[in-house]
Design a protein. Structure first.
Length: 219
């Protein structure tokens, strides 16, 4: 009971700082996922029709996801320095595979008869893509974006090792103070913030998917 009270007291005493770190964490995740969506959907659109380019892109983005985060952040220090820039670059790399893969899968699952009908109506390739294929593939694409976002919410905490923004700073401070009375509460507060952020973003994606997917596709 004492530990629980001390944690809530710590949360109340440090709320303003934790709130600012939570906002920083959300900003870097959303910034990175926005860039990853543009790049990932673009790569998916460019390669979903051709087997060799498709396999190459999936292989490269798959390799990105296997690189240990500490190693990748460390490798980016030399060309990009410390702070937000290398953190965003690393997070975009980690986010690409689910988005690219789901974009390709969604576009390839579009019924060929629907595409042929649109072609028969005189629609060009890019118009068919924008008006028919991408809207039909959208539920699969946004699922990939949801997965990537949840990956980034956790990995963004490690960006603190290169002075990146977010709640990871609080976790690393707590690790540096292990054994002190506030270290555990400090770490728990940051972890709780990350979990809550992940849940809120996932709920947001569910609402976005419902609002942006046509009723015919949902049903």
């Amino acid at each position: 009971m004492i530990a629980a009270v001390s944690f809530w007291e710590y949360l109340g005493d440090n709320w303003d700082r934790l709130k600012d770190l939570l906002i920083e964490h959300a900003q870097i995740v959303l910034m990175s996922i926005a860039i990853a969506v543009v790049v990932g959907v673009g790569l998916g659109v460019l390669t979903y029709r051709s087997e060799r380019p498709r396999l190459v892109v999936l292989a490269i983005t798959g390799v990105f996801l296997t690189i240990p985060s500490f190693a990748l952040f460390g490798l980016l220090i030399s060309p990009l320095g410390l702070g937000t820039t290398p953190a965003v670059v690393a997070l975009v790399m980690y986010a690409l595979l689910p988005i690219v893969r789901n974009t390709i899968t969604g576009l390839r699952e579009v019924d060929p008869a629907v595409v042929e009908s649109a072609q028969g109506m005189g629609m060009g390739r890019w118009r068919r893509l924008a008006r028919i294929e991408l809207p039909l593939a959208w539920p699969v694409i946004i699922t990939g974006v949801r997965v990537s976002t949840q990956i980034l919410v956790g990995i963004a905490a490690i960006a603190a090792v290169i002075n990146g923004p977010g709640l990871g700073k609080e976790i690393f401070r707590a690790l540096a103070r292990v054994g002190t009375p506030t270290a555990l509460n400090q770490a728990l507060a940051a972890v709780l913030g990350i979990v809550i952020l992940g849940l809120l973003l996932d709920i947001g994606y569910l609402l976005l998917a419902r609002l942006t997917t046509s009723r015919g596709i949902r049903e």
